[in-house]
Structures are given as structure tokens and as C-alpha cells.
Ligand binder design. Structure first.
Ligand code: FES
Length: 107
């Protein structure tokens, strides 16, 4: 198994190039946390808090949104066309080169 390259743009506009393992059952929220980026992941990845809200800046094929994710994004702030919940996106080899930006927090 291999690591993939992901770029995460933080809320100050700074780019972080990170390596994400594809064989550890991780999702994007957990990758952000493991690099100590300011993503709370309060609900632990259950699509219940939207603290992992991010914008997808590339055209990667992502898993369809579940109803839970859609419902949560309906209640989130600063939602855009390319909004997703990071915790609902598992790290796979297909995500090589993914670029995401952390959405502003609601406070
Ligand atoms: Fe709570 Fe993603 S960590 S919705």
C-alpha cells in the first residue's frame, strides 16, 4: 500500500502538502487532525457536527454524499457547491493529488 499526496489549504490560505496513508482506514478529517490542522472532528466522523467541512478544489471522483452528510451540510454555514464533510471521504489511491480547503468556522 502507498501514501498519497494531498494539499490542504488552511483558513489563513497556507498550503500544507501532506502524505496520507491508504491502508489505515483513514478519512480526510482524520488526516487533517493527524497533521494538527485546525479541524475539530467533534463528532468523531459520524457526519453530525460539520467541523470537518471543507471545499474540494480538484475534480476527483468522490464517494456520493449520504443523506446524513447532505442533512448536515444543509445546516452548516458557508456551504458552497464543492462543500463536503471530510470525515465522509475515505483515503484511497484515487485521491492522489487532491486539493482541499478548510471551510471557515461558524464562529
Ligand atoms: Fe463531525 Fe465530520 S467530524 S461531521
Amino acid at each position: 500500500m502507498e501514501d498519497i499526496n494531498i494539499i490542504i489549504i488552511d483558513r489563513e490560505g497556507e498550503e500544507h502538502k501532506v502524505l496520507a496513508p491508504t491502508d489505515m482506514n483513514m478519512n480526510l478529517m482524520e488526516v487533517c487532525k493527524s497533521y494538527e490542522l485546525p479541524v475539530e472532528g467533534t463528532c468523531g466522523g459520524m457526519a453530525l457536527c460539520s467541523t470537518c467541512h471543507c471545499y474540494i478544489k480538484t475534480e476527483h471522483d468522490l464517494p456520493e454524499m449520504s443523506e446524513d452528510e447532505e442533512d448536515m451540510l444543509d445546516q452548516a454555514f458557508f456551504v458552497e457547491e464543492n462543500s463536503r464533510l471530510g470525515c465522509q471521504i475515505p483515503i484511497t489511491v484515487d485521491l492522489e493529488g487532491l486539493i482541499i480547503e478548510l471551510a471557515p468556522t461558524s464562529l
